[in-house]
Design a protein around this ligand. Structure first.
Ligand code: NAP
Ligand code: ZN
Ligand code: ZN
Length: 353
């Protein structure tokens, strides 16, 4: 494969699992006929960025550039681009390409592409033959089919986290039809969890937030939870036993999921979206009794991501964010590890000069 013509753009990258992120210059392809070039304005900070930067999932190649909650302005469009024009405010989430021909791609589930989705970072770039580099950078080039329209009424910085935290919580709740009359639990009030609370409420469910942080109880209610349970309090947990239709587990670290399986009703379902480094032990009995299920869900495909963004535009849903400068990313990671995020860091990319 001959390497396409490239240009240089500034970024923040890391060179090993134990190095801090620091300023770097990376190469992007010059847009082809079907590409959109985007000046990145804001990039959300997902816990996956941290897992990936520190090789907690054991596939990171260095130097690595995380970032997959990208909102920016279109600066160039290829001659064949029909959906976007220069100046549009657009989004890019966790995917930048897929085979587009397998049954999953054809049904808009590109995240399950049989031939391998191309993630925004950490996948093999089909054009350059090197690992893809994410949104902690000044610009990105993406094929138009993987670029999303941002609703004009939403604050673009607060909408950036919708591109991962939003779709990752929206998709399983749509798939398992969360709605009125159901009791829904959200475990962990971080970036994903706080979007999960907002969507479960918007879908009409009775929403119970589980948090390990007593200091987040008031925020949980403000964000839409009908009840907040401090999960370290055994009496509060026992009071919820056998009462949930659906629980979304958005915890980034090791924890006891059996405690949550016990809270499900007959045929209730616990969906894991959190992706901790180490396996989570599952006891048989909580599953056997009451025929409970445990499932997982991965981000969402392009059509559903656009549907989610449009839903957020209609219902005025965005993320609660704390804006940071690019050079504050290492401190932000440390705060994220202490569950000290309210509720998503977003990088102001203008700070990367
Ligand atoms: P986050 O903002 O750091 O939130 C995680 C929350 O989990 C924390 O705020 C905390 O909430 C709770 N928590 C942390 N450590 C805990 C522990 N030891 N025991 C119990 N609770 C704990 O992370 P995020 O960005 O929302 O991501 C959450 C997870 O989802 C990560 O593993 C990430 O990689 C994964 N993820 C998966 C997908 C997917 O497609 N499935 C997509 C994006 C992210 P409280 O303070 O309320 O307890
Ligand atoms: Zn993410
Ligand atoms: Zn495919």
């Amino acid at each position: 494969m001959s390497k396409p013509i490239c240009y240089s753009t500034k970024a923040f990258s890391t060179t090993s699992a134990t190095s801090p992120l620091s300023a770097a210059v990376i190469e992007r392809r010059v847009p082809t006929a079907t590409d959109v070039q985007i000046q990145i304005l804001y990039c959300g900070v997902c816990h996956s960025d941290l897992h990936f930067a520190r090789n907690e999932w054991h596939f990171t190649e260095y130097p690595a550039v995380p970032g997959h909650e990208i909102v920016g302005r279109v600066t160039t469009v290829g001659s064949g681009v029909t959906k976007f024009k220069v100046g549009d405010i657009v989004g890019v989430g966790c995917l930048v390409d897929s085979c587009r021909t397998c049954p999953n791609c054809r049904t808009g589930l590109e995240q399950f592409c049989d031939n391998g989705m191309v993630m925004t970072y950490g996948s093999m770039d089909k054009h350059l033959g090197t690992p893809t580099l994410g949104g902690y950078s000044q610009s990105i080039v993406v094929t138009e089919d993987f670029v999303l329209r941002m609703p004009a009424n939403l604050n673009p910085a607060a909408a950036a986290p919708l591109l991962c935290a939003g779709i990752t919580t929206y998709s399983p709740m749509r798939h398992w039809k969360v709605g009125p009359g159901q009791k829904v639990g959200i475990v962990g009030l971080g970036g994903l969890g706080h979007m999960g609370v907002k969507f479960a409420k918007a879908f009409g469910a009775h929403v119970v937030l589980f948090t390990t942080s007593p200091g987040k109880v008031a925020d949980g209610k403000r964000l839409g939870a009908d009840e907040v349970v401090v999960s370290t309090d055994e009496a509060q947990m026992t009071a919820q036993a056998g009462s949930f239709d659906f629980i979304l587990d958005a915890v980034s670290a090791s924890h006891d999921i059996n405690a949550y399986l016990n809270l499900l009703k007959r045929d209730g379902n616990l969906v894991l979206v959190g992706a901790p480094e180490k396996p989570l032990p599952v006891a048989a009995f909580p599953l056997l009794f009451r025929r409970r299920s445990i499932s997982g869900s991965l981000i969402g495909g392009l059509p559903e991501t656009q549907e989610m963004l449009d839903f957020c535009g209609q219902h005025n849903i965005t993320s609660d964010i704390e804006m940071i400068r690019m050079d504050q990313i290492n401190t932000a990671y440390e705060r994220m590890l202490k569950s000290d995020v309210k509720y998503r860091f977003v990088i102001d990319m203008a700070s990367l000069t």
